[in-house]
Design a binder for this molecule. Structure first.
Ligand code: MN3
Length: 224
């Protein structure tokens, strides 16, 4: 009898673990590592509550659907055909996993020579690019994101999307591979900056991880 019980239990576990279960990547720095620019309480609530919720709710939203067996990139590319719950939570999970890597306590990281060349060609200077991204974030009405992406033509472009949409989604007008993303939901800044989103968008450049953006850029253009 015991053997059958174990066999039955194993079957249950095998079913449970056969499908993708989205989980959060641990933060590479402490919640208070960005203090002065992004406060510890905001980081903690943002990571452990808001972002955790997207992962959990994505798992729930795709449970028992064909999307359980698809990659996150595939899901994002077909959200127009899926439920709002999948769109919001797949976007939310992808966007936040990217966002944590955009930030670093390391001072003065710089774009790599290749990325710097591309930035210079498209925007003139790094400061001009920062200004354009900050403006995209500041102009986003309500909640959303500001992005720097690599388009199909291999060129950089700045855009903004509402809610948890992103440039990988088929519903978005300006499609591309995002290499830099800034969360402009109030939950990303309200405790420290209250209604002053522009101040948050100025401070975030002090903790921006240009090494990571450069890595993502070089990865994106290598696939063109
Ligand atoms: Mn957020």
């Amino acid at each position: 009898m015991k053997f059958y019980k174990i066999a039955a239990l194993s079957a249950v576990f095998a079913t449970q673990f056969a499908f993708a279960q989205y989980t959060q990547t641990p933060l590479a720095y402490a919640y208070n590592a960005l203090e002065g620019n992004i406060d510890a309480k905001t980081m903690e609530i943002h990571y452990t509550k808001h972002a955790a919720g997207y992962a959990t709710n994505l798992n729930k939203a795709i449970a028992g659907t064909p999307q359980e067996k698809e990659t996150l990139l595939k899901i994002l590319s077909e959200v127009s055909t899926l439920s709002p719950a999948v769109r919001n939570n797949a976007g939310g999970h992808f966007n936040h996993e990217l966002f944590w890597t955009m930030l670093t306590p390391e001072k003065n990281t710089k774009p790599s020579p290749k990325l710097l060349k591309a930035i210079t060609e498209s925007f003139g200077t790094v400061d001009a690019l920062k200004e354009k991204i900050s403006k995209a974030g500041a102009d986003r009405f309500g909640s959303g994101w500001a992005w720097l992406s690599v388009g199909k033509d291999g060129k950089l472009f700045v855009s903004s999307t509402p809610n948890q949409d992103n440039p990988l989604m088929d519903v978005v007008e300006e499609k591309g591979t995002p290499i830099l993303g800034i969360d402009v939901w109030e939950h990303a800044y309200y405790l420290k900056y209250q209604n002053k989103r522009a101040d948050y968008l100025t401070a975030i450049w002090n903790v921006l991880n240009w090494k990571e953006v450069s890595k993502r850029y070089e990865n994106a253009i290598s696939k063109k």
